[in-house]
Design a protein around this ligand. Structure first.
Ligand code: GLC
Length: 546
């Protein structure tokens, strides 16, 4: 039985770290990461001292039983641990030892679909009269025998696959091995809410919810209209139509609300939902959980803006203004589906964005390996491990790129990740960018992350203070202040590739920067501040008590 009591909004103080378990740490030498590997490396995330990263919560990509067609996002049993990752006892131990270190544990909740090997789908496809038939979405062939409508899988090709034995098509928004659940069926809702409860009872503190906008589809199965911006040969074939009827239907917010109701039964419960949304959409998704404000939709927008201080200021101001008093912002710079952060923007801009991520108001979310500044895995796409990349053959779609094994040491081959053969090749820069070599290097990305995370933990204004943008008097420089009563943090960010001067009269100690990670610690007395290209700095000011 879960006992609701006072809610603990840990996510207002902490940093969340996404672990892609297959690639993080392999304890048994089979080349795949596992739960024991995670347990053995928790010190890196948080050993209670400033020598570790200072992470307050981890989110694990799926660890459930799965045939691994989509590396765990094809779930065959939501309530079992896949043997590749270990046992339920390993999982329980992980939760216990993480909690002992003050770290929360979030799981990946995959509600849109299951694996074809899930017992529900096995039953559903037995016959049209099966008890679980209506747990999935079935339709008769079109007049020509083809798919019932023009809906496209997000991974390319039709979203429908014919089940020869029963003569109907089933819907799959992703791979054919991932049939979509029918969320209009109350029995599905009940069973899937039961999955949340199952893990909350085992002590998890929340979930990242997968593919939220796909949960409901048009009941009449109307064709999607063509996408006017689609450019054959250039755009992804999966984007040929606008997903007007195949996704983002009204009712998703109500479903989210039901997830929140369950998650709120746990005192530490928190829910993040995977959406790639603009501001009005984010606002609507926050609204879904006003009764139980334990939810935030991912905010990926920092990577989608024009590169200028003005466009960042206008986005940040609008995002902040769109949030209700209970809503908590968040900033995401990478995940297991996107190219590596430094690959997308280069190292200098990556450092600047990381600086923003940790100095803005809101939960910072790190994708494992980005804290080392890792680049993409480069390899022949014909040997991709990502089934989706085999269906969707567009140039820049290869999710293996950001899934390289975590390099713990400079030891070529396994780089401390495994004693066996890693399931994916190491990132090309693992020799230089690995935990052991970066831990002590003050110029490394890891050093920057660690300093910023600990600063957030020690400066109340950074974690909890309000946000207010300032007119920096220089169009290339973004300036904002984070305030609590007794403390202010001033943040200056130079978006230009040439030095810039700011005359804001800031008085405070320079305690963090992209170029000099710890600043100079000195009191700055209010004179002009010169910023190097792409440099960001933080000045801290405490009010004197009278
Ligand atoms: C989400 C996951 C992705 C997965 C897809 C289908 O987008 O992040 O990795 O393939 O959903 O579950």
């Amino acid at each position: 039985m879960l006992h609701p009591h006072v809610h603990d909004p840990w996510y207002r103080r902490e940093t969340l770290y996404q672990i892609y378990p297959l690639s993080w740490a392999d304890a048994n030498g089979d080349g795949f990461g596992d739960l024991r590997g995670i347990i053995q490396h928790l010190d890196y995330l948080n050993d209670g001292t400033a020598a570790s990263l200072g992470i307050g919560a981890i989110w694990l990509s799926p660890i459930y039983r799965s045939p691994m067609a989509d590396w765990g996002y094809d779930v065959a049993d939501h309530c079992a641990v896949d043997p590749r990752f270990g046992t339920m006892a390993d999982f329980d131990e992980l939760v216990t030892v993480a909690h002992e270190r003050g770290m929360k544990v979030l799981l990946d909740y995959v509600p849109n679909h299951t694996s074809v090997e899930h017992e529900w789908f096995r039953d559903a496809r037995l016959s049209r009269q099966s008890a679980k038939r209506d747990w999935y979405i079935w339709a008769d062939p079109a007049a020509d025998g083809g798919p019932p409508n023009n809906w496209l899988s997000r991974f390319g090709g039709s979203a429908w696959t014919l089940d020869e034995a029963t003569g109907q098509y089933y819907l799959h928004t992703f791979l054919a091995q991932q049939p979509d659940l029918n969320w209009r069926n109350p029995a599905v809702r009940q069973a899937m809410l039961g999955v949340l409860r199952f893990w909350l009872r085992r002590g998890v503190d929340g979930f990242r919810t997968d593919a939220v906008s796909s949960l409901l589809k048009d009941e009449q199965l109307r064709d999607d209209p063509p996408n006017p911006d689609y450019r054959p040969g250039i755009s992804s074939p999966a984007d040929a139509n606008l997903r007007l009827h195949s996704s983002s239907q009204g009712g998703v917010t109500e479903l989210l609300g039901s997830f929140c109701e369950v998650v709120a039964e746990s005192p530490s419960g928190f829910l993040l939902s995977e959406v790639y949304a603009n501001l009005p959409q984010l606002q609507a998704l926050y609204g879904a959980c006003h009764e139980h404000p334990v939810h935030a939709p991912f905010n990926f927008n920092l990577l989608a803006l024009d590169w200028s201080a003005a466009s960042y200021r206008s986005f940040l101001d609008a995002y902040e203004a769109s949030l209700g008093p209970e809503d908590w912002p968040n900033y995401v710079l990478g995940n297991h589906d996107r190219p590596r952060l430094v690959e997308r923007v280069g190292e200098e801009r990556a450092r600047l964005l990381v600086f923003l991520q940790f100095t803005l108001r809101g939960l910072p979310i790190i994708y494992n390996g980005d804290e080392l500044g890792l680049h993409n895995v480069v390899k022949d796409t014909t040997i991709s491990q990502d089934s989706a990349a085999q269906v969707l053959t567009v140039a820049d779609f290869d999710r293996d790129a950001a899934r390289a094994p975590m390099p713990w040491t400079a030891q070529p081959g396994g780089y401390g990740f495994t004693t066996g053969q890693p399931w994916l090749p190491a990132a090309p820069d693992s020799l230089a960018h690995n935990v052991a070599s970066e831990e002590r290097d003050p110029d490394s990305m890891l050093y920057l992350y660690r300093h910023l995370i600990h600063l957030r933990r020690s400066l109340g204004a950074l974690a909890q203070g309000s946000y207010r943008s300032l007119d920096s008097g220089n169009p290339a420089v973004l300036a904002f202040v984070r305030e609590t009563g007794p403390m202010n943090c001033y943040i200056l960010v130079n978006f230009a590739e040439i030095p810039q001067v700011v005359k804001l009269g800031i008085i405070g100690h320079w305690v963090a920067g992209t170029h000099e990670v710890e600043g100079d610690g000195q009191l700055h007395g209010g004179g002009p501040i010169e910023l190097a290209p792409h440099e960001a700095r933080l000045y801290e000011r405490r009010q004197r008590r009278n």
